[in-house]
Structures are given as C-alpha cells and as structure tokens.
Ligand binder design. Structure first.
Ligand code: ZN
Length: 377
C-alpha cells in the first residue's frame, strides 16, 4: 500500500482589500484564485503616495504664489533693480525727488517732455507705470486735476501717493490774469480786506515758484521716500538738507537781485504762472490769461495789458516755455516791447530734458531775465 499522499497546505485566506490596494510579490497572502502569486495589501500611506507627491507640489505652488502676492503688498518693496520707483508728475517734483534719492531710486517724469501740464490726458502707459511704482508725487489738486482720474485706475496697494502741497499755504490768484488778485497777499497789516479782491479768484497752483514753498515740498517728498526705504534715512535726510540749502541760496539771490530795480511790475504774455514769485519779492504781476493756458485771453484783457505796458513804461514783455508766444508776440509788436523768456518749469522740452537741465538752473536764468526786464542794478 502506497503511503497516503501528503495534503498540500491550505492557501492562506485572501485578505479583504480592493484590487487596487494589492501589491504583487509581497509576503502577505497567497492568491490561489488563478494568479498564483503572493500579494499583500498596500498600506494607506502607500496607496496615497502618488497623490501625496501631487499634493505636496500643489502646496508648494500655493505658498510661492501667496508669498509673491504678499511681497507686492509689502510697503518696503522695491523695483526689480532693488531701487525705489518714484513717479513725479511735473518737472520740479521730478528734480526735487532725484536730488533727494540720488541713485537709490529710479525717478521718472510722468509728463512727456514738452507736454502741457494743466490739461494733460493720462495715457494707459501711465497707469501701467504707476501700478509698478512705489511712490507717486503730484503738485496739488488745482495743478493736476487729472491726477485723481489717473489714480482711480490704479490697483496697486503698495503705491504711496504724495500731495507735494502738504503744509503749503495757497494764495488766491487771478483766474483771468488780472493783477488785483495778489492785492490780498500784499495787503499791509491792519489794512481792511476789499471784497472785490475775491472776485474772479481761485487757488493759484504754481506753488513751487515761491522757493520757501519749494523747500517744504522737498521735506514732504523726502518724508515719503524715507517711509518707503527707512534703511537709507540718513542719506535721504542729508541730500534733502543739501538741496534745501541750495534753494535757500537761490531765494537770497532773488532777494538781492530784485531789491534795486527801476520797475516793480512785470507782465507775462502767457498764463498766470508767476504770482507766487512776484508776491515773495514784493513785485506786481499780471498775465494775458488766467491759471490755465487753455483759456483764451479776452480782448479787454489784452487791451489792458498794452495799456499797462505803456503806462508803466515797460520795455519788456515776458513769454513762457512750451506755449506759443503768439499772444505775447502780438502785444510786443503793438507796444514795441522786447520779448524775454521766463520759465515756469511745469515741464521741460525734449532738448532741455536731454541736456539734463535742473530746476535751479532754470530759475537762475529767470532771475537774469527779470533783472533785465525790471531794470535792476
Ligand atoms: Zn501753469
């Protein structure tokens, strides 16, 4: 009798795990249902290992995006070059800012060279530029009424908006170019105010042409730059003080140069730009138009100007930068006056921009012209 056959050992019972969870070749269970191989169930960890890699990548991406967003909202952030990006509307603000910041900032002039500043129409490219900037400086709401509209299109929360007229006292000036407006400013202490003084007046926006105002504007701009880049506070403060000292020297040159003149009135064939300058040095001033060069002078105003030129015995009539001297030309021909240029410095021409002209240089030339026109010694 042959010995009884040994019975094969019973296959271990199948583990109850879904097919996707099985791993072949494991040492867990023997699959006797056709495959004939060992398998074991995956752990939860193994099952989700691919999904986990995907999840980790997604979290990393999310964190990267989040930190990029946070950086763009960070008030201390700077441009790609590591420099602050400062955008100034008008030339004086641009020149003040670049003197304060030196090479620590990329200072841009928003107005294209030669553009008229009062009625400027901001372009889409200006909005793009401001969305990337750290600081936007404008002169005041009377000078650039278009700045408000421009800022409405800006999404950037990192942009500091600086009204450079902060702390400056506005003078009520003539909206038609007439001289009467500044009587208010020049009224002697105790002298009663004439109600007619307020007729046809508005806030004169040309504040930078009083060099004591210009110094306050430098302080305001320096404060904004320091707030964005406090690490370089000492440098900015030193630069601002140096530049203010130059403006103070300019003011002294004007006081000295205009202290002994045969004439005490000057007339501009352009718009009412030089009211602050006239008031500071005790001069009378009138212009062919009001605050905005867009306004056409009235025939009566032009006749008044010709009359004043003759009555005051003025041999010179001033005309402005960036404005057609057509009106000034007509008056000069009619009265025999010689034309002299006065630079309001709202903006500069392409040639001046390329020649790296400075605000102080322009003002020094103005003093020469004024001394000629007013017959100063
Ligand atoms: Zn102006």
């Amino acid at each position: 009798m042959s010995p009884p056959l040994l019975k094969a050992p019973a296959a271990p019972p199948l583990k109850a795990c879904p097919p996707l969870w099985r791993i072949r070749g494991g040492r867990g269970s023997y699959d006797s249902s056709g495959v004939g191989r060992f398998f074991r169930c995956k752990s939860l960890f193994e099952t989700f290992s691919k999904f986990r890699t995907f999840l980790v990548l997604m979290i990393l991406l999310f964190v990267t995006l989040l930190s990029a967003c946070a950086r763009s909202k960070d008030p201390e952030s700077k441009g790609q070059s590591g420099k602050l990006i400062v955008v100034a509307t008008l030339f004086p603000l641009y020149d003040f800012a670049r003197n304060i910041a030196g090479d620590r900032a990329d200072v841009k002039l928003l107005l294209p060279p030669g553009a008229e500043p009062h009625s400027f129409e901001p372009r889409t490219s200006d909005m793009v530029m401001l969305n990337r900037a750290d600081i936007f400086i404008y002169t005041n709401k009377f000078m650039e009424p278009w700045a408000e509209k421009l800022l409405k299109g800006i999404q950037s929360s990192r942009l500091s908006v600086v009204d450079a007229s902060s702390g400056v006292r506005f003078v009520q000036g003539s909206i038609d170019g007439g001289e009467g407006a500044y009587l208010h400013q020049n009224r002697k202490p105790g002298q009663k105010e004439d109600h007619d003084e307020h007729k046809g007046q508005g806030s004169d926006p040309h504040i930078w042409l009083d060099f004591s105002n210009a110094q306050k504007m430098v302080d305001t701009i320096a404060g904004a730059i320091i707030a964005k880049d406090p690490a370089n506070k000492d440098l900015y403060t030193k630069n601002a003080e140096t530049y203010k000292a130059r403006l103070a020297d300019l003011d002294k040159s004007y006081q000295k140069g205009l202290s002994n003149c045969s004439k005490k009135i000057f007339i501009n064939g352009g718009h009412f730009t030089f009211g602050y300058l006239a008031a500071r040095y005790g001069l009378r001033y009138r212009a062919a138009y009001g605050f905005s060069p867009d306004a056409e002078p009235t025939a009566r105003n032009l006749a008044d100007i010709s009359k004043t030129l003759r009555q005051e015995g003025l041999g010179h009539l001033f005309y402005e930068e960036l404005l057609s001297p057509r009106i000034a030309d007509t008056i000069a021909k009619e009265t025999g006056a010689t034309l002299l240029k006065l630079h309001g410095a709202h903006n500069i021409s392409k040639a001046e921009f390329d020649g790296n002209r400075t605000f102080i240089e322009l003002m020094e030339r103005n003093l020469d012209s004024l001394m000629t026109g007013l017959q100063c010694r």
